[in-house]
Design a protein around this ligand. Structure first.
Ligand SMILES: [Zn+2]
Length: 73
């Protein structure tokens, strides 16, 4: 499974529906046939999801990467 390429172009957050300048992949929709899709969310939503009980490992890693690159921790 891939987690996309990190920061995504701006748009509407799929979780809180706010319009934001940058989004990250917060969920990957896997389907049995045809192409799957991805859900994109703003960083605050991504962090909330990353701390939840169903947080995928790749999302936690993605946020760690972003924090490390920006030196925000
Ligand atoms: Zn959001």
């Amino acid at each position: 499974m891939t987690a996309g390429s990190g920061i995504q172009p701006g748009g509407e957050c799929d979780r809180c529906h706010a319009w934001v300048d940058e989004r990250v992949t917060i969920a990957i929709v896997e389907t049995g046939s045809g192409p799957g899709g991805s859900a994109y969310g703003c960083l605050p939503c991504a962090r909330i999801r990353a701390t939840g009980p169903y947080a995928p490992d790749w999302l936690v890693g993605l946020l760690d990467d972003i924090d490390a690159r920006r030196g925000t921790r």
